[in-house]
Design a protein around this ligand. Structure first.
Ligand SMILES: [Zn+2]
Length: 253
């Protein structure tokens, strides 16, 4: 039997045994948000969970249960809250949840934690939660990392993944990267016949409240996802696993 990396599949004695080896605990930070007509609402949970599991396998780490809700979907990065099914947390709720998770893992002798964010809008609230926990714990042996997995996108894959006219990673919501990674990790959840092919959104350099729904392509994808393939997903996911494992090993030893 292959040892699981998922804490959710361990009994308490198994967890306690693993903790003795001072593992890194990876925490996927997701969101429940629309991802076009072709992808499920859980993409931002499933992708960082997949990254965490692959990295944990390479580093003898463990994966904590994912945060399934995230900070508010913004029109320019996630399409916005007006799409049916998008469920958001207030920033303070998310920060408090992250703070509590750090505190709880620390109480159980975990000293290395890595938050892997899969939803752009989460990043500062996850940062705040980690910082509140560090302040509360005071000087300790605890070390924490936080990262957005797409920041590890390798420039050498740009031409291979994004066709010439594609605006690239800035408008990557429900587009080529997320669709390809889902085709690789969870092909059964991708409605291939519904993959959108709309032109890129053209956003001004500011936000407004109430949001202008007409800024956002009606599909919910911020640009065409037509060029997505499972092979691109495999290349990206393998690179993320390798590069993030290397970064975690560099920090945590
Ligand atoms: Zn997403």
């Amino acid at each position: 039997m292959i040892e699981t990396v998922r804490m959710a599949e361990m009994s308490w004695p198994e967890f306690a045994e693993r903790v003795k080896h001072d593992p890194v605990v990876f925490v996927p930070c997701g969101a429940f948000e629309q991802h076009g007509p072709h992808l499920p609402l859980s993409v931002d949970i499933l992708l960082p969970t997949g990254v965490c599991e692959a990295v944990a396998q390479r580093t003898q780490g463990m994966v904590a249960p994912a945060l399934n809700y995230g900070y508010k979907s913004m029109p320019k990065t996630g399409g916005g809250p007006h799409f049916p099914g998008t469920l958001n947390l207030d920033g303070a709720t998310l920060s408090a949840s992250v703070r509590d998770i750090v505190r709880e893992l620390y109480r159980h002798e975990i000293r290395k934690i890595c938050f892997i964010v899969g939803h752009y809008e989460n990043q500062w609230f996850v940062t705040e939660g980690i910082d509140l926990a560090m302040r509360e714990l005071g000087p300790s042996a605890l070390r924490v990392m936080r990262l957005e997995y797409w920041d590890f996108f390798p420039p050498e894959l740009t031409d291979k993944v994004f066709p010439g006219t594609h605006p690239g990673i800035m408008l990557e919501h429900a587009a080529i990267m997320e669709t390809s990674c889902m085709m690789h990790l969870h092909p059964e959840l991708v409605r291939v016949d519904l993959i959108p092919d709309n032109p890129p959104a053209d956003f001004p350099p500011y936000d407004v409240w109430p949001a202008h729904k007409e800024w956002v392509p009606s599909s919910g994808a911020l640009t065409s996802a037509k060029a997505a393939t499972a092979e691109k997903g495999r290349l990206m996911m393998e690179h993320y696993a390798r590069a993030i494992a290397e970064a975690a090993q560099g920090e945590f030893g």
